[in-house]
Design a protein around this ligand. Structure first.
Ligand SMILES: [Mn+2]
Length: 345
């Protein structure tokens, strides 16, 4: 993989957006708050400056995330595919083929007409023009700069949208920082949060929608997952598994168990938490989380760890996908835990 970094800057990207008439905006599959917030904020800003914009969510979409959009405001891929007639595609909050599966063929057909805005450490050469800033806690911090360059206000008077551009930006900022708890929540994050709150963001409504609106099957699935808990490296690593049968029997979908991986980190001795989920037969997804030590250094760099399995993300939060059943993925993972023990103390 070649170095994944900026080859452009935001003013140059803004100029390219201004020149386009018909834009397509996409993000990673299974959009989280940052992916959805980035897509919605940018789409609304470009529409309000007179552009034709097709905004897409792809893969499995959590109904609470979908509720951030107005009915019909975003299209769902792969059920609907973007138009090849677009002048420009903007990819936000990812640059990795592995996260863009439902759109791969489309994106390959659009080579040379793709702009990327990302804050992840790893990615591929999909966008011919990209701005990658890993110092940003959320992609919406890049999107807001672009919107400012486009000269669009963060609250558009007379907009029919239930949530404003400012609220879409806030969702990305809040969710990617664990509602402002993570180490990534630095002064710039709070400065932007302050600006967005001044725009009238309803943070209570957003918190309730995204964090307090789960289904009861969530607790049933969590109980099963907790009963699968096992420890590695003298209790420093916690592993939970959600089997295909668990998913079938509990009726829980992947969006129902969001955040499960964070639960073991509430225990002092646990420095890394991993959840393996076989939501579809023969495909096992892994979520990795770590936390900082008292010096503010990651106990485990889960971005590099996930990269051993072809995944990635951030130092404290990453994911990977194994095209194999749960038991096989688990064996691979446990083998790598052993080598972690050898290199870290
Ligand atoms: Mn993000």
């Amino acid at each position: 993989m070649s170095a994944y970094c900026s080859n452009s800057d935001l003013p140059a990207v803004a100029a390219r957006l201004r020149a386009a008439k018909h834009l397509t905006i996409v993000s990673h599959a299974k959009p989280d708050g940052d992916a959805a917030g980035s897509v919605l904020a940018l789409a609304r800003a470009l529409r309000s400056s007179g552009k034709r914009v097709d905004a897409f969510f792809s893969g499995v979409v959590d109904p609470n995330i979908l509720a951030l959009a107005q009915p019909g405001e975003v299209l769902l891929a792969p059920q609907t595919m973007p138009s090849a007639q677009s002048d420009l595609v903007v990819i936000v909050d990812t640059g990795a083929w592995s996260q863009l599966e439902p759109l791969q063929e489309y994106l390959r057909s659009m080579v040379g007409r793709i702009v990327g805005l990302d804050h992840h450490a790893r990615g591929d050469a999909i966008a011919d023009q990209r701005v990658v800033d890993c110092s940003m806690a959320s992609a919406t911090q890049l999107v807001v700069q672009l919107i400012d360059l486009l000269g669009v206000p963060l609250v558009v008077a007379g907009s029919p949208c239930k949530y404003s551009i400012a609220e879409a930006l806030f969702v990305g900022l809040a969710t990617d920082t664990g509602w402002f708890r993570f180490a990534s929540a630095d002064g710039r994050v709070f400065a932007l949060a302050s600006r967005l709150l001044e725009c009238g963001v309803d943070k209570i409504a957003l918190y309730q929608l995204l964090e307090e609106n789960g289904r009861p099957v969530r607790l049933a699935a969590m109980a099963r997952a907790l009963s699968s808990l096992s420890y590695f490296l003298e209790g420093r690593i916690a592993l939970m598994t959600v089997s295909f049968d668990d998913c079938q029997n509990s009726g829980a979908k992947s969006e129902d168990v969001g955040g499960l991986v964070n639960v073991p980190l509430t225990i002092g001795s646990i420095k890394m938490s991993v959840v393996l989920t076989e939501a579809e037969a023969g495909v096992t997804k892994a979520s990795f989380r770590s936390k900082n030590n008292s010096e503010g250094v990651a106990e485990f760099d889960v971005n590099s760890f996930a990269a051993r399995f072809g995944g990635g993300g951030h130092v404290l939060a990453a994911g990977a996908k194994f095209n194999m059943p749960l038991a096989e993925a688990r064996a691979k993972l446990e083998h790598e835990f052993e080598s972690l023990g050898a290199v870290t103390r």
